[in-house]
Ligand binder design. Structure first.
Ligand code: NDP
Length: 338
């Protein structure tokens, strides 16, 4: 069958395209430029049936009308992910929400054969940073109750992180509302990852252009952090290949219908990055030492996003941390000198 992957040029999406091809799907990806499309066409040459189409502005009405024609399923991943220099929360909320409803409306109008739509949501739509103090164990029953009121109250003065979390919450709410309100021939599922780490295969020619989650790691690997940044409690994490596989399984597994899936391996800290970098890349300069092998102690008071439902229903087994960090560092070393 043919699956549409929106925002195919992204960090998670390129791996998701690869996972669909490996699972035997034909893939159509949307990209914002021919150059990004050609990069992917080359990357996947000989690896399966991949084509790309241009969708430049996901906030425009009807922009997905052509892209959805003839596909059996859709994985919608395109959405802005950055938290610094956000001048207006709407620059994130607009594309997040209109991108989601736009693709759903195009399916409704132009493709009665679509069977399921999976969207890349986030733990940003699950966590309530103010009203649920750490340590809290989040499950799929939890919804972010803080970020939307924060943005409503603070407007242009909103914190960038809260603006991003509001954008993901509003987009996921719009997704489930559309499914509930419309008479649909298809159903949906959401993948809700925490910080996504691992191998970079998408087009990226400078560290400044790295996606947010890998850029945060690059800071450590490139020696831009110091002892005072440790222990650097970061959040929960997952390998990008597991996120990609979760998108495939969410379309394949009948029981995924109508479900949210937190895909999370558990909490970690910058200290854990440093431990792996010292062990596996001893030649890298300026990696802080901190207090090696204190992971268990460090995560005691951190929030946990419970990823067990994705294991149970989707069969995601979670790639270990050390392997993930090595894959990520190797892929960055191939591209950049540091
Ligand atoms: P990337 O920045 O690599 O990917 C984002 C994708 O969305 C790119 O294809 C990008 O296109 C596209 N995009 C962004 N803004 C727009 C816009 N205004 N109009 C059209 N397309 C747009 O980041 P990730 O791969 O990390 O993120 C992918 C998805 O995963 C997002 O929905 C994000 O919220 C979600 N997510 C990511 C996590 C992470 O830790 N990385 C954690 C949880 C969720 P282009 O390549 O042209 O810029």
């Amino acid at each position: 069958s043919l699956v549409l992957v929106t925002g195919a040029s992204g960090f998670i999406a390129a791996q998701t395209v690869r996972a669909f091809l490996e699972a035997g799907y034909r893939v159509r990806g949307t990209v914002r430029s021919t150059a990004k499309g050609e990069y992917l066409a080359k990357l996947f040459a000989g690896k399966g049936d991949f084509e790309y189409v241009l969708v430049e502005d996901i906030t425009k009405d009807g922009v997905f009308d052509e892209a959805v024609k003839g596909v059996d399923a859709v994985a919608h991943t395109a959405s802005p992910f950055y938290t610094s220099n956000v001048k207006d929360p709407q620059e994130l909320i607009g594309p997040a929400v209109k991108g989601t409803t736009g693709v759903l409306k195009s399916i409704q109008k132009h493709n009665p054969n679509v069977q399921r739509v999976v969207i890349t949501s986030s733990v940003a739509a699950v966590m309530s940073t103010d009203s649920k103090p750490a340590p809290y164990i989040y499950t799929e029953k939890d919804w972010n109750e803080d970020s939307i009121p924060h943005v409503e109250k603070n407007g242009l003065e909103s914190n960038g992180g809260e603006s991003y979390r509001a954008s993901k919450t509003l987009a996921e709410q719009a997704f489930w509302k559309f499914i509930e309100d419309e008479k649909l021939s298809w159903d949906g599922a959401t993948i809700n990852p925490p910080l996504v780490l691992g191998e970079v295969i998408h087009e990226c020619d400078s560290p400044e252009k790295l996606n947010t989650s890998v850029e945060l790691f690059y800071q450590w690997a490139a020696g831009k952090k110091s002892e005072s940044d440790l222990p650097g409690k970061a959040g929960n994490w997952i390998n990008v290949k597991d996120v990609a596989l979760a998108h495939v399984r969410a379309l394949d597994v009948p029981e995924a219908s109508g479900q949210r899936f937190i895909t999370s391996q558990g909490p970690f800290a910058g200290q854990d990055y440093c431990d792996v970098l010292h062990k596996r890349f001893p030649d890298l300069p300026n990696i802080p030492v901190g207090k090696p092998n204190t992971h268990d102690e460090l995560i005691k008071d951190m929030n946990v996003f419970d990823g067990s439902k994705a294991t149970k229903v989707l069969g995601i087994k979670y790639i270990p941390f050390e392997e993930t960090v090595v894959e990520m560092a190797d892929s960055l070393k191939k591209r950049f000198t540091f």
